[in-house]
Every structure is written in C-alpha cells, then in structure tokens.
Design a protein around this ligand. Structure first.
Ligand SMILES: Cc1cc2nc3c(=O)[nH]c(=O)nc-3n(C[C@H](O)[C@H](O)[C@H](O)COP(=O)(O)O)c2cc1C
Length: 243
C-alpha cells in the first residue's frame, strides 16, 4: 500500500455510505464568499463582451497550450472578458449570485489575481479581481514579470505573456461545509475556472497555457497572501501567441 502524503490524502478524504468520518463535516459557519480590498485603488473594467461568434466545436479543436507570445499588449476589454468568463457573475436567483463556473455547494473558494505586465490602459502591477463590482483592486504596482517567472520555476512564458492569472483557494470557505473533503473540491473548482479562461482565450484569438509548476510561497508573496488560510493553487498565462 502506497504511503505518500498524497496517497493518505486520497484515502483519508473518501466518503463511505452510512459513515461520515470525523473531519469530513464542516463547522456550519457561513463564511463571506467575496474577498474585498476596501482601501485599495480600484480600476473599473469595461463591460465584458465576447469577441467573434464562434462554434464551441471550433474552439475545442483549436485549443492547445501556447508558451510563446508576441510583445503586443493585451486589450483591457479582453482582460475584462477573460475575468468575467472564468470567475464572473452570470445570473442572480433570489439573493444569490451564481457564476460562470460550477462550484461545490456554490461556495466559490477560489480567488483570482492578475499579474499584468503589458495590458493597454492598465499600469503594470499585481491586482485582485473584485467579482461583485467587476473591478481590479490594486495590490502593488511595478513590473513583476521576472519574479512571477522565477516563482514558476523559471518558466519564461510567465514573463513574456502580457498577463498571468493566479488562482488561490480560501480553504475555510469550502471547509465550512465539507471539512477535509474540501481539499478535493477547491482543485476541481480551479480546474473549471482555468478551462473557462482557456476556452474563452481561444474565442478571442488568444493563446494560453496552464501553469502548476510553481514555488507556492514565492507566488503567495507576490500576491500578498499568507499561504495557509489562502494559498495559490493554479495559474494560467495568456496573450497573443507567436506563430
Ligand atoms: C494541471 C496542469 C498543470 C500544468 N502545468 C504546466 C506548467 O507548469 N508549464 C507548462 O508549460 N505547461 C503546463 N501544463 C500544460 C500541459 O503540459 C499541456 O496541457 C499538455 O502537454 C497537453 O498539451 P495541450 O494543452 O497543448 O493539449 C499544465 C497542464 C495542466 C492540466
């Protein structure tokens, strides 16, 4: 029997009929579903609009991971669409705001950050996506292209792409309902978000590449999260593909 930490995690977070292991039930608390930066400078994003009308079948056939990008800046309206398509609000039912992606228990534990190095009309810097208002909240300005590439084990696509999307999990949001089982769900949620972004990028004529080879705490430092309550789980680069 395999005994690595991943093996123990997989076995230890299984559900069984008629038996709920200790630690698999949440606390029942109602955590806030939105992270906000009330004191930050906010950049209002353009209303998200799709590009050309395009068949999903065409998008699926065209999608591939792109790791080389031209120096052409990304347009702010494209960034706006990518953020909405991957993590934005899509419908309101009663008091509840549902998003473009499914999420276990509609708890939405994943937060989105953007490291922008070449976006028209946006200063270089690190931002948090404020979902409710569809805004970017400034975390720090400056060129972080080299530090995000270094944090991704030196992957130059992170420095060359005009933008890097970073997804974190706020674990308690999901643990409040699912206990330790939540650690499975946050990764599944992030996968949905990334795929929405990747397919939307194709629909805008952009290329992208998911990135999971990263030094977690180096990325956490760039986006200023503690790495425990909230920690990076996934990233994706996007931009105008070379060739
Ligand atoms: C979870 C995950 C992590 C990945 N991490 C990286 C990465 O760190 N760097 C990279 O260049 N590609 C990464 N990829 C992209 C894969 O290498 C790529 O999807 C795979 O080779 C298949 O090629 P395709 O996407 O062009 O179809 C990742 C893909 C996934 C799903």
């Amino acid at each position: 029997m395999a005994e690595g930490i991943g093996d123990r995690f997989q076995q230890g977070t299984k559900y069984y009929p008629f038996k709920m292991d200790e630690g698999m039930a949440g606390t029942g608390s109602s955590p806030d579903l939105y992270k906000v930066y009330p004191d930050s400078n906010r950049i209002r994003l353009p209303v998200p609009r799709p590009g050309q009308e395009i068949f999903l079948d065409h998008v699926l056939k065209k999608r591939r991971s792109m790791r080389e990008f031209t120096g052409t800046p990304l347009k702010l309206n494209m960034l706006s669409y990518l953020l909405w398509a991957s993590a934005g609000i899509q419908r309101v039912e009663g008091k509840f705001h549902f998003r473009t992606v499914p999420s276990a228990g509609a708890l939405y534990p994943v937060e989105t950050y953007v490291v922008a190095h070449n976006v028209e009309g946006l200063e270089k810097g690190v931002y948090h996506y404020g979902i409710r208002e569809h805004v970017l909240e400034e975390i720090r300005l400056g060129d972080h292209s080299c530090s995000i590439a270094d944090a991704a084990l030196g992957q130059q696509a992170c420095a060359q792409a005009p933008v890097v999307f970073i997804w974190t999990a706020v674990f308690e949001r999901c643990k409040s309902k699912y206990g330790q089982r939540a650690f499975r769900y946050v990764y599944l949620d992030a996968g949905h978000i990334a795929q929405n972004l990747i397919l939307s990028a194709v629909s805008l004529g952009l290329g992208s590449c998911p990135i999971a080879a990263l030094y977690d705490d180096e990325v956490n430092e760039i986006i200023d999260v503690d790495g425990e309550e909230e920690s990076v789980i996934y990233m994706t680069v996007a931009g105008w593909p070379k060739g």
